[in-house]
Design a binder for this molecule. Sequence first.
Ligand code: SAH
Length: 392
Amino acid sequence: MNDLILKPGRERSLLRRHPWVFSGAFCPVKEEIAPGSTVRVVDAKGNVLGMGAYSPASRLSVRMWSFKEQEIGKEFFAEQLRKAYALRKNVFGTLPDAYRLVCAESDGIPGLTVDIYGKYAVCQFSCAGTEFHKEVITELLLDYAEGIYERSDVDSRVREGLEPVTGQLAGTEVPDEISFTENGIRYIAYPKTGHKTGFYLDQRLNRKAVMEHAAGMKEVLNCFCYTGGFGLAAAKGGAEHVLNVDCSGPALELAKRNAQENGFPETQFEVLEADVFQFLRRCRDSRKTFDMIILDPPKFAETEAQAMKAARGYKDINLLAMKLLNPGGKLFTFSCSGAMTDDLFRKVVDSAAADAGIDFRITHWLSQGPDHPVSSAYPEGYYLKGLAGIVL
Ligand code: SAH
């Protein structure tokens, strides 16, 4: 077992159980330590603060597994998975067809994401530590799913000195498409080719909110629709017409397919390939209006340094959308950039309303679903924020 010694005073975040330690916090490491292997983290006075995974390639050189001295192996991961599963059972009662079983740091397994789609699990091993223990974790996951597929094609692996990898890991072969039901709607996840692990599970409660508010809506606009998640929810909730806009043709083909599977005719569920920024301007210029608009863009900011630039992007689309809403119209607007704080996002939406010259009332504060919990020790786990409101 290798020890990594912290410089004096650098133990503070660990004492609060924050799982990350950056390389600058440690005294120089003299010995060669295998990437991903377990190290014991010791403070300057010699107290053992816990066990972590070492990642020599990354500035984030240790992710903590545990805040006490213990063996990190099969038993440890089995226990972490049991806790993660128990939490989902607890918050859902009856487990949904599709849910996130493991949410990395927020579930005490830094660098591991596991999404369950029916009988199958799709996982991402995004750092050296989880890569090191992949075999053991995969074997344990067979207790939760029949077939395990890996989608470790995430950017964060590059920072860890790891190549992207995808493929079947264990059990029965995971199919290209997995159909599942959420709130009475049939969705298809594409575990091998879709974004992330194949579907945006984090928006579960927000799709439900859209469904509940869509009754009687004549014209709904679903921007950045991907495979149609929110649009299907609006159609199911009783919207008369939903226009789904995305710049990806293949995503729109899948959205159309999802609509067919649910029996929504093209007259009710329409798709349009366009750049949302340009499309919203075209609508403004042609005085087209809507009764409900959903804005769920991709991440505009990766880091805090980019947050201000991202804020301009959010402001632009929110301002345009607000101008297109009829009186009584509803806006559901989201940001999945962790770097955008609640406060900043709220300010962006407020100033968009001011510039649009409308009386906008925020009615709902929305967030990631309960299968994407946020550990009190790891606030970085909170990333998805949404606001819903009405134009008076
Ligand atoms: N709302 C979706 C997820 C959105 S992911 C859901 O609930 O499933 C972001 C989507 O935005 C992607 O499908 C991407 O193709 C699309 N996109 C990114 N930039 C865009 C742009 N400028 N105009 C239109 N679509 C865009």
